[in-house]
Design a protein around this ligand. Structure first.
Ligand code: CTP
Ligand code: MG
Length: 247
């Protein structure tokens, strides 16, 4: 099975608020993208890697080159790493990257923002695909109780009120890398290309697109290290995790 890995790193990082693309933001002194790319290469599952970076971003293109050269110099078997311009939404970035991976059988899509996702998670997803899954996602069990809310009937008390409490034992938090057959992901993104702006904004992961086509999506264990760095607090947590567990 030939496997391509897409790393989406073309976001602007508004919520992190550094005024530079999030993938460039230093995590313990190195750009977030460097960790994400090292994790993918170290997993050994990638035959080709395509990284979507912000349009004309030379800094992140350079990170791609430096990481793979350093790993190759250390004797790691490095697949080719291609950096391309991403799009205006995450979905657009995935679609642009997908167009470069046409020779492969399977594709894993990974957020650069999940910089510390361990190599084992990539291997679990790839193994499930090799066993015949068309779509595979890494998940964690919920530790918090989750409520479904609606607009409250008395705004003087509060804006929202609880409608129901879903059974926590059946809920999962979803991470990346998410893996698909090339065919399933290509079909899903062709369908998403026809979405209006509101529908496009509602797409937060690739599995949603595949699910909506009736393709079964399998769930394998993710990792607490795969947290998505979104806010400053997440960056602090990621630095603490790195200090304790390394990468
Ligand atoms: N992403 C991308 N192209 C976009 C938007 C997002 O490749 N046009 C990527 C981000 O780089 C990130 C992943 O998708 O690795 C998840 O997105 P998110 O965490 O929302 O990152 P940003 O969009 O950069 O952050 P924010 O929404 O706070 O601006
Ligand atoms: Mg975003």
């Amino acid at each position: 099975m030939q496997t391509g890995v897409i790393i989406v790193a073309a976001g602007s990082g508004e919520r992190l608020g550094y005024g530079i693309p999030k993938a460039q933001v230093p995590l313990a002194g190195e750009p977030i993208l460097a960790y994400a790319l090292r994790g993918v290469i170290a997993s050994g599952i990638a035959d080709a890697i395509c990284v979507a970076v912000p349009r004309h971003d030379e800094t992140l293109r350079q990170v791609c080159g430096e990481v793979s050269e350093a790993m190759a110099a250390d004797g790691t078997d490095c697949p080719p790493v291609l950096a391309i311009d991403g799009g205006t939404s995450r979905t657009d970035s995935v679609r642009e990257a997908l167009a470069t991976l046409q020779g492969v059988d399977a594709v894993l899509v990974h957020d650069a923002a999940r910089a510390l996702a361990p190599p084992e998670v990539f291997q679990r997803v790839a193994t499930a695909l090799a066993h015949g899954g068309e779509a595979v996602i890494p998940v964690r069990e919920m530790t918090d109780t989750v409520k479904m809310v609606e607009h409250s009937d008395n705004a003087a008390i509060a804006q929202d009120m609880v409608r129901e409490t879903p059974d926590r034992t059946r809920l999962r938090v979803v991470q990346t890398p998410q893996g698909f057959t090339l065919q399933a992901l290509t079909r899903a993104h062709a369908a998403a290309d026809l979405f209006d702006d509101q529908q496009a904004a509602a797409v937060t992961d690739d599995a949603m697109l595949v699910e909506s086509m009736g393709i079964p999506v399998y769930a394998v264990p993710g990792s607490d290290l795969s947290l998505k760095i979104t806010t400053e607090t997440d960056l602090v947590l990621a630095e603490a995790l790195l200090q304790k567990y390394g990468s």
